[in-house]
Design a protein around this ligand. Structure first.
Ligand SMILES: [Zn+2]
Length: 756
């Protein structure tokens, strides 16, 4: 019997699942379970399904089949007879599904559970999850599991995992490292920072030495800076060149690294194009590519493990997955437990909508437009996790809105009057219950924890759950979500508006007036109101509406900003203000944008900190001279060429593939410079560059890709001064300093200097 934590798993030969257990005594134990993966197929007539079974090209994929009674759709009230196909090789679900589709006109066969990975299916079936504490017994090629842990647990223990950082130094022949360059040296760096360098002998010696050292040190986690996009691919290529492709084994499994079938995918998400590189998986260890992890970088290892456990998604996948993908796995689990199938492609059609429906839908969230400019003594109150709370409390889900079972339901959605199911708990609210509850407990534990290390762990876990809550609403209407549906999305919006309007009514009843409101926040004003008055108001709203709302604070002053593109239309989340505590809050301005050079961010923050010293609006005006002095100091640094280039880097995503760019946008120029040096680039990847001569007639000279800068590179003084003035105007315009005037200030000085 083995006792320990489930570290990794993957299907290997036909009909096997390999599972690695990390034991207390630091051993990693490999278990092999005989197990088969399944997909499901439905058709209007059973004869069509029987036809399928006669085909050799289908039979080649399967070891077994059976008819099972399942809910084909999430909205179905009755079970249907569905064909289960048991795969020989768990890794070929997609291939089998495509083969079935190829042999019949579109829509004859409806295929299910294809997108559930074998690992997820295994987790769901065995009630397992990543880093679960288990006891396992191997007998007759089967593993018997005893789970000593649960995903509800908030005080679970994580084993100490050993880790190494892998870094490869390339003997560059050109400006950029290329797969044709030889390996200069390889470094393995321990958690404590001790580095082991492999730099002796031929390239073959270095690769073999790496393989041997990894085997000896046997880490659970291997970190890389860019393993998915460069380091591991480079090692694979170098191993091939040296005829060592069968010996490049960094996994615990004796399986060499292989070149991926495809390097990556560009895809659309919320109107933006993003790029996802193919992942380089290690078997029996976890490969953490630090540049290719959203959850890992925003919530740390403890947040990542919380999400992986809760959503029953392998750590390797959770590292690279979007929050939406993780959350889907949680919903798939809940659906599977109810015998509901998971569509291969989204199938729930939107219901027909009247003009009124569409108008209501387009209005989206609650909006109370602010009067632009400066306001004094404004207080802010925010509903906490309003949208997920509505989904959970009002039971909003794809199958509960306008359900077939409760035509006479007494619960009607405001404005749109859809009825909501009163008999069944929806999959989406069902999945959210645990997330909301666990987050509440972690926040409690955080307050009570006396050990700062422990407090950090709880904080990381609650923060990762917050991401799920933030994203879950968008997913409800997202067309790729399996259990999403626009009517459910509309219903949540309608409830949210109703709740905000009710809150406004309660505030007004108590003598407050509304300055601004958006989605789940209200900015209020009442002469002479103190913190107690706001706290009391929040309590009244909580009691009356049943949704938690919290008091953020009273601002000494706050500026609501217009959009910089259309001056008259306020962009709803562009503001900055100073709380009475002296704390600065800013949204939608340069400091919060990822593409702002760090030099500009620092400048804007310094100006805000200076204004934060004010006690009221009048004294803020008195600090303007100081703010303008900061502007002059920063513009001097730019002019004198004293700003380090890395502080001026601008990062932008490539919105399309390079050959699709017709105009010479600066991103396209920088990308072409990299391409000329041999770098392959795809839509959605991020490009970093410095502006070198923005107004040059020769587009090639306008910018320089950051990877190509040399000691001779000079930045464009005028353009960076303009950017500085622009950022200054965001803060100072409400105080009467328009951009033109600030530009004059920074450029006039420049003029004087060039004359001198
Ligand atoms: Zn119902």
């Amino acid at each position: 019997m083995v006792r320990g934590w489930l570290l990794d798993l993957y299907p290997l030969e036909e009909g096997t699942m390999v599972v690695w257990i990390k034991c207390d005594d630091n051993r990693a134990v490999r278990l092999v379970d005989s197990w088969h993966h399944c997909i499901y197929v439905a058709a209007d007539q059973k004869s069509l399904l029987l036809d399928l079974l006669k085909r050799d090209e289908i039979r080649d994929f399967i070891v077994d089949w059976a008819f099972e009674s399942k809910f084909e759709s999430i909205v179905d009230l009755e079970r249907s007879e569905i064909l289960r196909l048991t795969l020989k090789d768990a890794r070929k679900a997609q291939q089998l599904a495509k083969t079935i589709q190829r042999h019949a006109p579109f829509d004859v066969y409806r295929i299910y559970n294809v997108d559930v990975s074998p690992q997820q299916a295994y987790f769901y079936e065995k009630e397992l999850f990543p880093l679960a504490l288990v006891e396992a017994e191997e007998a007759n090629q089967h593993v018997r599991w005893k789970v000593l842990d649960s995903i509800e647990a908030t005080d679970y223990e994580i084993p100490s995992l050993t880790s190494l950082k892998l870094r490869v130094n390339v003997d560059k022949q050109l400006k950029l490292p290329s797969f044709d360059d030889q390996i200069k040296s390889i470094q393995l760096i321990s958690k404590k920072g001790e580095a082991l360098t492999i730099d002796e002998g031929s390239e073959t010696d270095k690769i073999l030495s790496l393989v041997k050292t990894i085997r000896q040190l046997d880490p659970d986690l291997i970190h890389t800076d860019d393993g998915d996009t460069f380091t591991l691919l480079y090692l694979i290529r170098r191993a091939e060149v040296n005829h060592l492709q069968d010996q490049l084994i960094l996994s615990r499994e004796q399986d060499p690294l292989k070149w991926p079938k495809k390097l990556g995918n560009s895809y659309f998400s919320y109107g933006k194009i993003l790029y996802k590189p193919a992942s380089q998986k290690l078997y029996g260890r976890v490969h953490i590519d630090e540049s290719n992890t959203f959850i890992g970088s925003s919530c740390g290892l403890h947040g990542l493990i919380e999400v992986a456990r809760l959503c029953r998604i392998p750590v390797h996948t959770a590292l690279r997955a979007s929050i939406g993908k993780c959350m889907s796995s949680l919903q798939f689990y809940n659906a599977t437990k109810r015998d509901i199938l998971i569509p291969w492609k989204p199938t729930i059609a939107e219901e027909f909508k009247t003009v009124w429906d569409l108008m209501v839908a387009d209005r989206g969230g609650f909006i109370f437009e602010p009067k632009l400019g400066l306001h004094e003594d404004v207080g802010e109150i925010d509903f906490s996790s309003l949208y997920p709370m509505i989904m959970a409390k009002k039971n909003i889900s794809a199958e509960t809105v306008s359900c077939k079972c409760c035509q006479d339901s007494t619960q009607l959605v405001p404005e749109v009057n859809y009825h909501v199911c009163q008999k069944r708990r929806g999959i989406v609210p069902n999945s959210l219950d645990l997330v909301l509850e666990k987050r509440r407990i972690y926040k409690e534990l955080m307050k009570r924890a006396t050990d700062p290390g422990l407090r950090q762990v709880f904080d990381a876990r609650q923060a990762s759950l917050k991401w799920i809550l933030v994203c879950c609403f968008g997913y409800l209407g997202f067309h790729n979500a399996k259990f999403g549906r626009i009517d459910a999305h509309i219903s949540v919006c309608a409830y949210a508006r109703k709740i905000l309007l009710d809150a406004v009514r309660i505030a007004e009843r108590n003598g407050f007036s509304v300055v601004h409101g958006i989605v789940d926040s209200l900015w209020l004003k009442k002469r002479g109101a103190g913190e107690d008055d706001y706290e009391n108001l929040c309590e009244e709203i909580r009691d009356e509406l049943g949704f938690p709302i919290s008091f953020e604070g009273i601002y000494k002053w706050i500026a609501f900003l217009s959009s910089k593109v259309h001056d008259q239309i306020p962009v709803l989340n562009r503001y900055f203000g100073i709380f009475r505590s002296g704390e600065v809050k800013q949204r939608g301005i340069e400091t919060r944008r990822h593409d702002t050079p760090s030099f500009i961010t620092r400048f804007q923050e310094e100006v805000l900190q200076t204004l934060a010293k004010s006690s009221d609006l009048q004294s803020a005006y008195n600090l303007l001279a100081e703010a303008l002095q900061i502007l002059r100091n920063y513009s001097n640094l730019i002019r004198e060429g004293r700003v380090p280039l890395e502080d001026l880097v601008i990062q932008r995503g490539l919105s399309k593939n390079l050959d699709e760019y017709e105009n010479n946008t600066v991103q396209a120029i920088a990308a072409r410079q990299l391409q000329r040096e041999g770098r392959q680039l795809f839509a959605g990847q991020t490009i970093s560059y410095i502006i070198t001569d923005f107004y040059s007639k020769n587009p090639w000279n306008r910018v320089l890709a950051y990877e190509l800068i040399t000691s001779k590179t000079r930045y464009d003084v005028v353009k960076y001064l303009e950017l500085l003035a622009y950022a200054a105007s965001t803060i100072l315009e409400p105080f009467g300093y328009a951009r033109e005037r600030l530009e004059q200030i920074v450029l006039e000085d420049l003029h004087q200097i060039s004359i001198a």
